[in-house]
Design a protein around this ligand. Structure first.
Ligand SMILES: [Zn+2]
Length: 215
């Protein structure tokens, strides 16, 4: 499985980030998350990072030009290992641009994993999510319990529910995700290599299914 290229898609609350990190570890792939790339570039004050910060400070979405610049750097850095891309592409234009960019580099996406989870299940799951504002650890009242209720295992800080995880916000985020990602899924379905993974189970079950479909 050397130098394999995977894109993982899934709605907020599907556990996509967790799964991407595990797949990356298991297969020795670079974990390319556009969110992390942005934060890292801003922290390093690279040219793209400085430019990205001017958008973020104004509360604007960072332009595709900057994002693709960051992706280009990440692709260069992971040329020898392969990668799994998480949180991108978010819409059809980005999917087409990414495919074109890879084509120009003589590379391609081998598999697109679409984690499929029922919206009601996500609303229920996210209502149980708690995060530690101090160290960013993420827990769940049902599935990732802390030793002491309401207290972070890692740093001892108090846990909170993110405003993003309130039911109305979750439903709105899911609607936006569906509207923007449905054409992306259709694009990859036509192109080939799309595999749908049932995301209803727990972290272990979903991971086992991903391993099975990647084989
Ligand atoms: Zn903590």
């Amino acid at each position: 499985m050397a130098r394999t290229h995977i894109v993982i898609l899934g709605p907020p609350g599907s556990g996509k980030g967790t799964q991407a990190a595990r797949i990356a570890r298991e297969l020795g792939l670079a974990h390319l998350s556009t969110g992390d790339m942005l934060r890292d570039a801003v922290a390093r004050k690279s040219d793209l990072g400085v430019e990205a910060e001017t958008y973020m400070k104004r509360g604007l979405l960072v332009s595709d030009e900057i994002i693709f610049g960051l992706i280009g750097e990440a692709l260069d850095a992971s040329k020898d290992t392969g990668w799994i891309m998480d949180g991108f592409p978010r819409n059809l234009v980005q999917a087409e641009m990414l495919t074109k960019m890879l084509g120009e580099r003589g590379e391609k996406i081998d598999s697109v994993l679409d984690i499929d989870v029922d919206s009601e299940l996500i609303v229920r799951r996210l209502s149980k999510r708690r995060v530690c504002p101090a160290c960013k650890a993420v827990y769940n009242l049902d599935s990732i319990k802390t030793k002491t209720a309401g207290v972070c295992d890692a740093c001892g800080g108090p846990l909170v529910k993110r405003p993003d995880d309130e039911e109305n916000t979750v439903r709105r985020r899911l609607a936006v995700y569906k509207e923007q990602t449905a054409p992306v899924i259709e694009f990859f379905r036509k192109r080939g290599g799309l595999v749908t993974v049932n995301g209803a189970g727990d972290i272990e079950e979903i991971f086992a299914e991903i391993r099975r479909v990647l084989k």
